[in-house]
Design a protein around this ligand. Structure first.
Ligand SMILES: NC(=O)c1ccc[n+]([C@@H]2O[C@H](COP(=O)([O-])OP(=O)(O)OC[C@H]3O[C@@H](n4cnc5c(N)ncnc54)[C@H](O)[C@@H]3O)[C@@H](O)[C@H]2O)c1
Length: 341
Protein backbone atom coordinates (compact mmCIF):
# COMPACT_ATOMS: atom_id res chain seq x y z
CA UNK A 1 0.00 0.00 0.00
CA UNK A 2 1.31 3.44 -0.99
CA UNK A 3 -0.52 5.26 1.81
CA UNK A 4 -1.98 4.34 5.19
CA UNK A 5 -5.38 4.13 3.50
CA UNK A 6 -6.39 1.50 0.98
CA UNK A 7 -6.62 3.12 -2.50
CA UNK A 8 -9.82 2.02 -4.24
CA UNK A 9 -10.81 2.36 -7.89
CA UNK A 10 -14.43 1.78 -8.93
CA UNK A 11 -14.61 0.19 -12.38
CA UNK A 12 -17.94 1.05 -14.04
CA UNK A 13 -19.54 4.27 -12.80
CA UNK A 14 -23.17 3.51 -13.68
CA UNK A 15 -26.10 3.10 -11.30
CA UNK A 16 -24.52 0.73 -8.77
CA UNK A 17 -20.94 1.93 -9.35
CA UNK A 18 -21.78 5.42 -8.16
CA UNK A 19 -23.11 4.05 -4.87
CA UNK A 20 -19.78 2.36 -4.11
CA UNK A 21 -17.81 5.36 -5.36
CA UNK A 22 -19.69 7.77 -3.10
CA UNK A 23 -19.22 5.41 -0.15
CA UNK A 24 -15.46 5.17 -0.67
CA UNK A 25 -15.22 8.93 -1.28
CA UNK A 26 -17.15 9.81 1.86
CA UNK A 27 -16.57 7.59 4.79
CA UNK A 28 -15.24 4.04 4.60
CA UNK A 29 -12.65 3.75 7.37
CA UNK A 30 -9.06 3.02 6.27
CA UNK A 31 -9.90 3.54 2.59
CA UNK A 32 -10.07 6.34 0.03
CA UNK A 33 -11.45 6.59 -3.49
CA UNK A 34 -8.40 6.97 -5.74
CA UNK A 35 -9.94 6.81 -9.19
CA UNK A 36 -12.88 5.72 -11.27
CA UNK A 37 -12.74 3.82 -14.53
CA UNK A 38 -15.57 4.50 -16.96
CA UNK A 39 -15.39 4.35 -20.77
CA UNK A 40 -18.60 6.32 -21.32
CA UNK A 41 -17.61 9.99 -21.43
CA UNK A 42 -20.90 11.36 -20.14
CA UNK A 43 -21.09 8.92 -17.20
CA UNK A 44 -17.42 9.60 -16.37
CA UNK A 45 -17.93 13.38 -16.30
CA UNK A 46 -21.03 13.05 -14.13
CA UNK A 47 -19.13 10.85 -11.67
CA UNK A 48 -16.04 13.07 -11.66
CA UNK A 49 -18.07 16.16 -10.85
CA UNK A 50 -20.14 14.44 -8.19
CA UNK A 51 -17.05 12.96 -6.56
CA UNK A 52 -14.67 15.91 -7.16
CA UNK A 53 -12.13 13.37 -8.37
CA UNK A 54 -9.04 14.08 -10.49
CA UNK A 55 -8.23 10.59 -11.68
CA UNK A 56 -10.36 8.93 -14.32
CA UNK A 57 -9.44 6.07 -16.61
CA UNK A 58 -11.45 5.06 -19.69
CA UNK A 59 -9.81 1.62 -19.77
CA UNK A 60 -9.59 -0.67 -16.73
CA UNK A 61 -6.08 -1.79 -17.69
CA UNK A 62 -4.86 1.76 -17.01
CA UNK A 63 -6.36 1.59 -13.52
CA UNK A 64 -4.65 -1.73 -12.89
CA UNK A 65 -1.29 -0.13 -13.81
CA UNK A 66 -1.79 2.62 -11.19
CA UNK A 67 0.23 1.83 -8.06
CA UNK A 68 -2.07 4.09 -6.00
CA UNK A 69 -4.84 1.55 -6.61
CA UNK A 70 -4.74 -1.28 -4.06
CA UNK A 71 -8.27 -2.59 -4.64
CA UNK A 72 -11.00 -2.42 -7.26
CA UNK A 73 -14.78 -2.60 -7.15
CA UNK A 74 -16.04 -4.19 -10.37
CA UNK A 75 -19.44 -2.75 -11.27
CA UNK A 76 -19.60 -3.18 -15.04
CA UNK A 77 -22.22 -5.17 -16.95
CA UNK A 78 -21.90 -8.81 -15.95
CA UNK A 79 -20.27 -10.19 -19.10
CA UNK A 80 -17.13 -8.10 -18.39
CA UNK A 81 -16.69 -9.38 -14.82
CA UNK A 82 -14.54 -12.40 -15.65
CA UNK A 83 -11.90 -10.56 -17.72
CA UNK A 84 -11.63 -7.60 -15.34
CA UNK A 85 -11.44 -9.74 -12.19
CA UNK A 86 -8.79 -12.09 -13.62
CA UNK A 87 -6.69 -9.12 -14.82
CA UNK A 88 -7.09 -7.32 -11.48
CA UNK A 89 -5.97 -10.44 -9.58
CA UNK A 90 -2.94 -10.79 -11.85
CA UNK A 91 -2.12 -7.12 -11.12
CA UNK A 92 -2.24 -7.90 -7.38
CA UNK A 93 -5.40 -5.85 -6.62
CA UNK A 94 -8.01 -6.95 -4.08
CA UNK A 95 -11.47 -7.26 -5.61
CA UNK A 96 -15.06 -6.57 -4.64
CA UNK A 97 -17.09 -7.86 -7.60
CA UNK A 98 -20.76 -6.99 -7.94
CA UNK A 99 -23.25 -9.79 -8.32
CA UNK A 100 -23.87 -11.74 -10.50
CA UNK A 101 -20.26 -12.91 -10.25
CA UNK A 102 -20.09 -13.94 -13.93
CA UNK A 103 -22.04 -15.59 -16.72
CA UNK A 104 -20.96 -19.22 -16.19
CA UNK A 105 -19.57 -21.53 -13.52
CA UNK A 106 -16.43 -21.97 -15.66
CA UNK A 107 -15.80 -18.20 -15.56
CA UNK A 108 -16.30 -18.20 -11.78
CA UNK A 109 -13.72 -20.99 -11.43
CA UNK A 110 -11.19 -18.96 -13.46
CA UNK A 111 -11.83 -15.92 -11.24
CA UNK A 112 -11.44 -17.92 -8.02
CA UNK A 113 -8.25 -19.59 -9.27
CA UNK A 114 -6.72 -16.24 -10.32
CA UNK A 115 -7.44 -14.61 -6.95
CA UNK A 116 -6.16 -17.61 -4.96
CA UNK A 117 -3.00 -17.83 -7.07
CA UNK A 118 -2.26 -14.12 -6.58
CA UNK A 119 -3.27 -14.10 -2.93
CA UNK A 120 -5.81 -11.29 -3.19
CA UNK A 121 -9.25 -10.97 -1.59
CA UNK A 122 -12.31 -11.72 -3.74
CA UNK A 123 -15.64 -10.64 -2.25
CA UNK A 124 -18.97 -10.83 -4.11
CA UNK A 125 -21.62 -8.10 -3.82
CA UNK A 126 -24.44 -9.83 -1.95
CA UNK A 127 -25.05 -6.85 0.30
CA UNK A 128 -28.14 -8.37 1.96
CA UNK A 129 -25.65 -10.32 4.08
CA UNK A 130 -24.67 -6.91 5.51
CA UNK A 131 -28.22 -5.61 6.00
CA UNK A 132 -29.09 -5.36 9.68
CA UNK A 133 -32.61 -6.79 9.28
CA UNK A 134 -31.45 -9.81 7.28
CA UNK A 135 -28.57 -10.38 9.72
CA UNK A 136 -30.95 -10.17 12.70
CA UNK A 137 -33.38 -12.60 11.02
CA UNK A 138 -30.54 -15.03 10.31
CA UNK A 139 -29.55 -14.89 13.96
CA UNK A 140 -33.16 -15.50 15.09
CA UNK A 141 -33.32 -18.60 12.90
CA UNK A 142 -29.94 -19.80 14.17
CA UNK A 143 -31.18 -19.44 17.76
CA UNK A 144 -34.21 -21.63 16.99
CA UNK A 145 -36.89 -18.90 17.21
CA UNK A 146 -39.04 -20.64 14.57
CA UNK A 147 -37.91 -24.23 15.15
CA UNK A 148 -36.38 -26.03 12.18
CA UNK A 149 -36.52 -24.24 8.83
CA UNK A 150 -38.98 -25.81 6.39
CA UNK A 151 -39.41 -23.22 3.61
CA UNK A 152 -37.52 -20.04 2.62
CA UNK A 153 -39.45 -17.70 0.29
CA UNK A 154 -37.72 -14.65 -1.12
CA UNK A 155 -38.90 -12.13 -3.67
CA UNK A 156 -37.42 -9.11 -5.40
CA UNK A 157 -39.43 -6.90 -7.76
CA UNK A 158 -37.95 -3.69 -9.14
CA UNK A 159 -39.50 -0.62 -10.72
CA UNK A 160 -36.78 0.16 -13.29
CA UNK A 161 -36.99 -0.51 -16.99
CA UNK A 162 -33.95 -2.73 -17.73
CA UNK A 163 -30.80 -1.24 -19.24
CA UNK A 164 -30.41 -2.35 -22.86
CA UNK A 165 -27.68 -4.90 -21.98
CA UNK A 166 -30.01 -6.42 -19.39
CA UNK A 167 -32.63 -7.26 -22.04
CA UNK A 168 -30.02 -9.42 -23.73
CA UNK A 169 -29.98 -12.76 -21.86
CA UNK A 170 -26.61 -13.58 -23.49
CA UNK A 171 -25.08 -10.51 -21.78
CA UNK A 172 -26.95 -10.55 -18.47
CA UNK A 173 -28.43 -14.05 -17.90
CA UNK A 174 -31.77 -12.23 -17.44
CA UNK A 175 -33.69 -11.18 -14.32
CA UNK A 176 -32.91 -14.45 -12.49
CA UNK A 177 -29.30 -13.19 -12.47
CA UNK A 178 -29.75 -9.43 -12.36
CA UNK A 179 -32.59 -9.34 -9.84
CA UNK A 180 -32.84 -12.73 -8.13
CA UNK A 181 -29.14 -13.48 -7.51
CA UNK A 182 -29.77 -11.86 -4.12
CA UNK A 183 -32.71 -14.17 -3.39
CA UNK A 184 -30.72 -17.22 -4.47
CA UNK A 185 -27.92 -16.26 -2.09
CA UNK A 186 -30.44 -15.59 0.68
CA UNK A 187 -31.91 -19.09 0.27
CA UNK A 188 -28.43 -20.66 0.50
CA UNK A 189 -27.68 -18.49 3.54
CA UNK A 190 -30.88 -19.32 5.45
CA UNK A 191 -31.06 -23.03 4.56
CA UNK A 192 -27.30 -23.50 5.09
CA UNK A 193 -27.60 -25.95 2.21
CA UNK A 194 -27.24 -26.18 -1.56
CA UNK A 195 -29.93 -26.17 -4.24
CA UNK A 196 -30.71 -29.70 -5.43
CA UNK A 197 -33.51 -29.15 -7.99
CA UNK A 198 -35.09 -26.03 -9.48
CA UNK A 199 -38.18 -25.52 -11.60
CA UNK A 200 -38.80 -22.08 -13.10
CA UNK A 201 -41.43 -20.45 -15.29
CA UNK A 202 -41.14 -16.99 -16.80
CA UNK A 203 -42.64 -14.59 -19.33
CA UNK A 204 -42.51 -11.04 -20.66
CA UNK A 205 -45.67 -9.27 -19.49
CA UNK A 206 -44.65 -5.62 -19.11
CA UNK A 207 -41.88 -4.90 -21.63
CA UNK A 208 -43.49 -5.07 -25.10
CA UNK A 209 -40.67 -2.88 -26.48
CA UNK A 210 -38.23 -5.78 -25.98
CA UNK A 211 -40.35 -8.56 -27.49
CA UNK A 212 -39.14 -8.43 -31.10
CA UNK A 213 -35.43 -7.79 -30.52
CA UNK A 214 -35.06 -9.92 -27.37
CA UNK A 215 -37.63 -12.74 -27.64
CA UNK A 216 -35.95 -14.70 -24.77
CA UNK A 217 -36.23 -11.80 -22.32
CA UNK A 218 -38.63 -12.33 -19.43
CA UNK A 219 -39.74 -9.72 -16.91
CA UNK A 220 -41.49 -12.04 -14.44
CA UNK A 221 -40.17 -15.31 -13.06
CA UNK A 222 -41.20 -17.84 -10.44
CA UNK A 223 -38.84 -20.57 -9.27
CA UNK A 224 -39.33 -23.37 -6.76
CA UNK A 225 -36.43 -25.34 -5.30
CA UNK A 226 -35.51 -28.30 -3.16
CA UNK A 227 -32.36 -28.35 -1.06
CA UNK A 228 -29.81 -31.05 -0.31
CA UNK A 229 -30.90 -31.04 3.36
CA UNK A 230 -34.60 -31.48 2.43
CA UNK A 231 -35.72 -27.84 2.91
CA UNK A 232 -37.93 -26.07 0.37
CA UNK A 233 -37.42 -22.77 -1.40
CA UNK A 234 -39.33 -20.34 -3.56
CA UNK A 235 -38.22 -17.21 -5.40
CA UNK A 236 -40.11 -14.70 -7.46
CA UNK A 237 -38.65 -11.86 -9.44
CA UNK A 238 -39.86 -9.04 -11.63
CA UNK A 239 -38.71 -5.86 -13.34
CA UNK A 240 -40.62 -2.79 -14.52
CA UNK A 241 -43.27 -3.34 -11.84
CA UNK A 242 -43.89 0.40 -11.54
CA UNK A 243 -45.28 0.30 -8.00
CA UNK A 244 -41.98 0.49 -6.09
CA UNK A 245 -39.01 -1.62 -5.00
CA UNK A 246 -40.20 -4.75 -3.29
CA UNK A 247 -37.76 -7.07 -1.47
CA UNK A 248 -39.24 -9.43 1.11
CA UNK A 249 -38.29 -12.65 2.81
CA UNK A 250 -40.43 -15.18 4.65
CA UNK A 251 -39.02 -18.15 6.53
CA UNK A 252 -41.45 -20.86 7.64
CA UNK A 253 -40.29 -23.17 10.42
CA UNK A 254 -41.66 -26.12 12.37
CA UNK A 255 -42.57 -23.75 15.22
CA UNK A 256 -43.17 -20.36 13.66
CA UNK A 257 -42.60 -17.93 10.85
CA UNK A 258 -40.37 -14.92 10.30
CA UNK A 259 -40.88 -11.96 7.93
CA UNK A 260 -38.23 -9.52 6.68
CA UNK A 261 -38.96 -6.37 4.70
CA UNK A 262 -42.07 -4.43 3.80
CA UNK A 263 -43.25 -2.28 0.96
CA UNK A 264 -43.90 0.96 2.84
CA UNK A 265 -40.94 3.32 2.99
CA UNK A 266 -41.58 5.15 6.23
CA UNK A 267 -43.99 3.24 8.46
CA UNK A 268 -46.24 6.32 8.34
CA UNK A 269 -49.78 5.78 7.09
CA UNK A 270 -52.07 8.72 6.31
CA UNK A 271 -55.82 8.25 6.14
CA UNK A 272 -58.43 10.74 4.94
CA UNK A 273 -61.91 10.79 3.46
CA UNK A 274 -60.87 11.26 -0.17
CA UNK A 275 -57.84 8.94 -0.41
CA UNK A 276 -58.42 6.32 2.26
CA UNK A 277 -55.18 4.80 3.58
CA UNK A 278 -52.00 6.14 2.01
CA UNK A 279 -48.33 5.24 2.58
CA UNK A 280 -45.34 5.90 0.30
CA UNK A 281 -43.79 2.73 -1.17
CA UNK A 282 -40.05 1.99 -1.10
CA UNK A 283 -38.74 3.61 -4.29
CA UNK A 284 -35.39 1.96 -4.92
CA UNK A 285 -32.75 -0.53 -3.83
CA UNK A 286 -30.46 2.50 -3.50
CA UNK A 287 -32.42 3.82 -0.50
CA UNK A 288 -33.61 0.50 0.95
CA UNK A 289 -30.10 -0.99 1.14
CA UNK A 290 -27.96 2.16 1.48
CA UNK A 291 -26.63 1.11 4.91
CA UNK A 292 -26.05 -2.44 3.63
CA UNK A 293 -23.90 -1.17 0.72
CA UNK A 294 -21.86 0.94 3.17
CA UNK A 295 -21.45 -2.03 5.54
CA UNK A 296 -20.47 -4.21 2.59
CA UNK A 297 -17.78 -1.74 1.44
CA UNK A 298 -16.49 -1.41 5.02
CA UNK A 299 -16.53 -5.20 5.38
CA UNK A 300 -14.41 -5.52 2.23
CA UNK A 301 -11.78 -3.12 3.59
CA UNK A 302 -11.80 -4.77 7.04
CA UNK A 303 -11.32 -8.18 5.41
CA UNK A 304 -8.22 -6.93 3.58
CA UNK A 305 -6.81 -5.04 6.57
CA UNK A 306 -7.40 -7.87 9.07
CA UNK A 307 -6.56 -10.77 6.73
CA UNK A 308 -9.91 -12.47 7.42
CA UNK A 309 -11.96 -14.48 4.88
CA UNK A 310 -14.65 -12.35 3.18
CA UNK A 311 -18.24 -12.61 4.42
CA UNK A 312 -19.32 -13.43 0.84
CA UNK A 313 -16.80 -15.54 -1.04
CA UNK A 314 -16.15 -16.42 -4.67
CA UNK A 315 -17.70 -19.82 -3.90
CA UNK A 316 -20.94 -18.10 -2.81
CA UNK A 317 -20.94 -16.12 -6.07
CA UNK A 318 -20.29 -19.25 -8.12
CA UNK A 319 -23.09 -21.27 -6.50
CA UNK A 320 -25.57 -18.47 -7.27
CA UNK A 321 -24.45 -18.41 -10.93
CA UNK A 322 -24.96 -22.17 -11.08
CA UNK A 323 -28.55 -21.79 -9.85
CA UNK A 324 -29.23 -18.92 -12.30
CA UNK A 325 -28.09 -21.07 -15.22
CA UNK A 326 -30.17 -24.03 -14.04
CA UNK A 327 -33.20 -21.74 -13.64
CA UNK A 328 -32.78 -20.35 -17.17
CA UNK A 329 -32.40 -23.88 -18.50
CA UNK A 330 -35.60 -24.89 -16.70
CA UNK A 331 -37.47 -21.96 -18.28
CA UNK A 332 -36.36 -23.00 -21.78
CA UNK A 333 -36.81 -26.77 -21.33
CA UNK A 334 -40.00 -26.42 -19.25
CA UNK A 335 -38.89 -29.07 -16.74
CA UNK A 336 -37.13 -29.33 -13.35
CA UNK A 337 -33.33 -29.26 -13.47
CA UNK A 338 -31.04 -31.15 -11.07
CA UNK A 339 -27.89 -29.39 -9.83
CA UNK A 340 -24.96 -31.63 -9.05
CA UNK A 341 -21.60 -30.30 -7.87
N1 LIG B 1 -25.86 -5.26 -5.51
C1 LIG B 1 -26.89 -4.69 -6.08
O1 LIG B 1 -27.93 -4.55 -5.48
C2 LIG B 1 -26.79 -4.21 -7.52
C3 LIG B 1 -27.69 -3.23 -7.98
C4 LIG B 1 -27.58 -2.83 -9.32
C5 LIG B 1 -26.62 -3.39 -10.16
N2 LIG B 1 -25.78 -4.35 -9.66
C6 LIG B 1 -24.77 -4.98 -10.54
O2 LIG B 1 -23.79 -4.03 -10.90
C7 LIG B 1 -23.36 -4.24 -12.23
C8 LIG B 1 -23.63 -2.97 -13.04
O3 LIG B 1 -25.03 -2.72 -13.05
P1 LIG B 1 -25.61 -1.23 -13.23
O4 LIG B 1 -27.07 -1.34 -13.03
O5 LIG B 1 -24.85 -0.26 -12.41
O6 LIG B 1 -25.31 -1.02 -14.78
P2 LIG B 1 -25.11 0.34 -15.57
O7 LIG B 1 -25.35 -0.01 -17.00
O8 LIG B 1 -25.90 1.43 -14.94
O9 LIG B 1 -23.57 0.70 -15.33
C9 LIG B 1 -22.52 -0.04 -15.86
C10 LIG B 1 -21.41 0.93 -16.20
O10 LIG B 1 -20.26 0.18 -16.58
C11 LIG B 1 -19.63 0.87 -17.66
N3 LIG B 1 -18.80 -0.09 -18.40
C12 LIG B 1 -19.14 -0.90 -19.41
N4 LIG B 1 -18.06 -1.61 -19.82
C13 LIG B 1 -17.02 -1.25 -19.03
C14 LIG B 1 -15.66 -1.64 -18.97
N5 LIG B 1 -15.16 -2.58 -19.79
N6 LIG B 1 -14.87 -1.06 -18.05
C15 LIG B 1 -15.37 -0.13 -17.21
N7 LIG B 1 -16.67 0.29 -17.22
C16 LIG B 1 -17.48 -0.27 -18.13
C17 LIG B 1 -20.79 1.41 -18.46
O11 LIG B 1 -20.38 2.49 -19.31
C18 LIG B 1 -21.76 1.85 -17.37
O12 LIG B 1 -21.56 3.20 -16.98
C19 LIG B 1 -24.12 -5.46 -12.73
O13 LIG B 1 -23.36 -6.62 -12.54
C20 LIG B 1 -25.36 -5.47 -11.84
O14 LIG B 1 -25.94 -6.73 -11.69
C21 LIG B 1 -25.84 -4.75 -8.37
Amino acid sequence: MKSDKLGVCVIGAGRAGLIHAVNFAKGIKNARLTAICEPNHEAAEKARQELELERHYPDYRQALDDDQVDAVVVVTPTDYHRDIVVSAAEAGKHILCEKPMAMTVGECDEMITATEKNNVVLQIGFMRRFDQNFVYAREQVRQGAIGDVVLVKSLTRGPSIPQRWQYDIAKSNGPLAEVNSHDIDTLRWFTESEFEHVYAIAGNYRCPEARDEFPDFYDNVLMTASFANGMQGSIDGAVSVGYGYDARLEVVGTEGVLFVGRLDQTGVVTCNRSNGLKAPAVESWRSLFSDAYRNEDQGFVDTIMKGKPPVVSGHDGKMAVKVVNAGNQSIIEKKPIALNE
